[in-house]
Design a protein around this ligand. Structure first.
Ligand code: ADP
Ligand code: ZN
Length: 723
């Protein structure tokens, strides 16, 4: 009998499949997850294709597939998507497959327990214990934390009562991944414009098939409410929906809002999920038991049983670009996945990316506009504070006028947000005596003072060191001065200016846990904070009902970066953060502290003329043949030895095939010249828009000279980062 051979793709950094003999008793199909021997070990793989013709004699040396694994097979749709992403991004297919196989490990999850009143009162009664007994007198089950909170005591008191036998501990089953959402649980009364957008999205879902809609609405216009209706329609069709979000921080509020609309929370997918929960979610998604997944970009690679809708919230967000491993843009790849699955996709934003805007203007995407905030609030008015004329005194960062405005707002009972997109205390520390700057030993970067943690930190490699006692160069003591502000320094200043106000700093490095962060956001929402000081963590998506004032401490921060998208990014970030203000009552106000009030970005923000900004930005991109009017790829060559790295980059440039459609620029030393002790050289490749750049790159790199030593080459198609 003819021996059956299958090709198996394994989740390692390889582009090709391996052939194995398929023992007849395994009854393999394409897409099956299997265990195969690889070298001396055994690995998981996926049967990628069947019946390959083998050269005579070759199959004798092939090994057998060991076993099939008890997982649902990867469907054709996901396999095509893996192939597509690998081909486009020039990543080994195995690396892309790996993202689809992050299925964690099934097994018992951390047991959840609850307590309830059961035994006799304790021997020794205290006021705290009495409060617990009163709070739990309803006999209901509560987790220890809930019981402690309801009684206003520490969990130690609860534990004491368990020891005494007054409280009984009951094991709870693990929380289900997600329960069935009810599409009609609590549908909102939509406004006219919301209804128009909703009808179109519902129609797209009802009809099925690939469509792209840009939900382009001002902050607070109800974009979420609108795409919820598309999800409701998808649930009615018994198909799955995926909502991509740029930040896990954002998902907390989203989960609650979803529950208000649909009665239950959706399933979550992000890097913070424990392995066991990840496993149960992966399996439930594959089995079609989960209707709605909200997740970070990696949720795009889940094995949906029947995906019917994708929503990309805040579609313009740069976080959607993965910068390590497989360089892919989750928004772009979401559109690809929707096309392969032949389903609708909704891109939602108040400040769409230039790429998406151009697609909408050309009619490739349908544009649904929501121009009014729900409830009739107007968008915040924006004013500039010219730092050249009315800046703060030296060593301070809040201009006197802004300080006065914050004071008045607080007296009125409003909340204020001071926005500064810089973590830590100060971005630079220098020696007053000799001018020496503290920099990272591994990178071409300054160390950032994180005073709260008593550490100097490199934001590029994570190097940390306690602040030195004396200057390493001139040995002067107590000679260090902090230059420039970070959020921690701003907090110090705010405490001096507003001594008895409740101030909260939100910055990704200060977050102890997701749970803690969710609590902090709740504190803001419920008005337990007067002044919020935050990085971009607070800029996105959050709904803070009591916030009416946003002060941007350094509006120019992102403009000087040399990134072709610097203006776009700055516009989006500032628009978003000021959009947090005035969402419920009162008029929101935004203030931009800037050295360049005449800059087009500031002018567009102040005049609230978004279209003018897009017009000028799109014209500039077109003139320079930048995306989406041309295509870019970046090649980064790195190595411990500078000359070797540069030499390799030069050789690469020299052998680039000549075509009229492509220009190769560089190599040039990257703006961030050294990271983790490795020297960095960049080549930029520019091509016409309709050129198959991936194929051309593949042809070029196949000719590349052998890399010697530790030289690394990183290819990034559609780069977002130019550092
Ligand atoms: P966006 O996503 O555009 O910023 P949201 O969907 O978050 O806007 O809506 C802003 C606020 O207005 C939210 O609190 C939302 O619940 C509320 N809202 C919007 N539309 C409606 C509606 N039709 N009925 C009730 N509340 C609404
Ligand atoms: Zn470093």
């Amino acid at each position: 009998m003819a021996q059956r051979i299958v090709d198996v793709l394994v989740p390692v950094a390889l582009d090709h499949t391996y052939s194995y003999r398929a023992p007849p008793e395994l009854d393999l199909s394409v897409g099956d997850l299997v265990a195969v021997p690889l070298g001396k070990a055994e690995t998981v793989g996926v049967v990628w294709s069947d019946n390959v013709p083998v050269r005579p004699g070759l199959h004798n040396r092939l090994k057998d597939v060991d076993a099939t694994l008890d997982y649902p097979p990867l469907r054709e749709e996901l396999r095509s998507f893996v192939d597509w992403v690998a081909n486009y991004t020039l990543s080994p297919r195995g690396m892309v497959l790996r993202m689809a196989l992050r299925m964690g490990e099934l097994g018992p999850e951390r047991e959840r327990v609850a307590v309830r009143l059961s035994g006799p009162p304790p021997q020794r009664m205290t006021p705290a214990r009495r409060r617990v007994m009163t709070a739990l007198s309803d006999g209901l089950l509560r987790t220890k934390a809930e019981a402690a909170k309801d009684a206003g005591v520490s969990t130690g008191v609860i534990d004491g009562l368990v020891d005494e036998g007054t409280l009984e501990v009951v094991a709870l089953p693990p929380e289900p991944v997600a329960r069935q959402p009810d599409p009609d649980y609590r549908a909102p009364e939509l406004t006219g414009p919301q209804r128009m957008a909703t009808d179109i999205l519902r129609g797209a879902v009802k009809q099925g098939g690939y469509t792209v809609d840009l939900l382009d609405g001002v902050t607070g216009s109800g974009k979420t409410e609108v795409y919820f209706e598309a999800i409701a329609e998808t649930i009615r069709k018994r198909r799955q929906s995926l909502v991509l979000m740029p930040e896990i921080a954002l998902t907390a509020q989203f989960l609650d809002r979803f529950a208000q609309r649909f009665g239950v929370r959706p399933a979550e997918w992000h890097s913070e999920l424990g392995s066991r929960r990840r496993a149960r979610t992966w399996n439930a998604v594959a089995a079609g038991e989960v209707n709605v997944v909200v997740g970070a970009r990696s949720a795009l690679f889940l094995p949906y049983a029947d995906l019917g809708l994708i929503v990309v919230d805040e579609e313009h967000d740069a976080v959607y670009k993965q910068e390590d491993g497989v360089h892919y843009h989750a928004r772009d790849m979401a559109v690809v996945r929707a096309r392969i699955a032949d389903i609708p996709i909704v891109l939602s934003s108040a400040t769409p990316s230039v790429e998406t805007m151009v697609n909408a203007r050309r009619g490739r995407y349908r544009r649904l506009a929501l121009t009014q905030r729900f409830g009739g609030q107007s968008e915040p008015a924006i004013e500039a504070i010219d730092l050249k004329r009315e800046g703060p005194p030296r060593g301070r960062f809040i201009a006197p006028r802004l300080a006065g405005i914050v004071k008045t707002a607080l007296e009125r009972g409003d909340q204020a947000l001071l926005f500064l997109n810089r973590r830590g205390y100060a971005p630079l520390t220098l020696c007053r005596a000799c001018g020496f700057r503290l920099n990272c030993p591994n990178c071409d970067a300054w160390l950032v003072d994180h005073r709260f943690k008593r550490q100097l930190v490199c934001h590029h490699c994570g190097f940390t060191t306690p602040p030195p006692a004396a200057c390493p160069k001139c040995h002067a003591t107590e000679s260090f001065v902090a230059c420039g502000p970070g959020v921690e320094r701003l907090e110090e200043e705010a405490h001096t200016l507003f001594p008895d106000r409740r101030i909260l700093v939100l910055s990704s490095d200060l977050i102890a846990s997701i749970e803690r962060m969710r609590e902090e956001f709740r504190d803001i929402e419920e008005g337990r904070v007067d002044i919020v000081i935050g990085t971009q963590l607070v800029a996105k998506g959050h709904h803070f009902p009591k916030l009416n004032l946003v002060g941007v401490i350094d509006a120019d921060l992102g403009l000087g970066s040399g990134d072709p998208r610097a203006a776009e990014r700055t516009f989006q970030l500032l628009h978003q953060v000021i959009g947090r203000a005035g969402r419920e009552e009162g008029r929101g106000m935004g203030y931009l502290q800037t050295h360049q009030p005449e800059h087009p970005v500031m002018q567009a923000l102040i005049a609230q003329d978004r279209e003018a900004f897009y017009n000028s930005e799109i014209a500039a991109r077109e003139r320079l043949h930048y995306p989406p009017f041309g295509r870019l790829a970046s090649l980064l060559v790195t190595g411990a030895d500078k000359h070797a790295a540069e030499g390799f980059a030069r050789k690469l440039a020299m052998i680039a095939p000549h075509t009229d459609d492509v220009r190769v620029l560089g190599p040039a030393e990257a703006p961030l010249a050294v990271v983790r002790g490795r020297h960095r050289f960049r080549l930029m490749v520019k091509s016409a828009r309709n050129f198959d750049l991936s194929a051309w790159l593949r042809g070029w790199l196949a000719q590349a000279p052998k890399r010697k030593g530790d030289i690394k080459l990183d290819v990034d198609v559609d780069p977002q980062s130019f550092l």
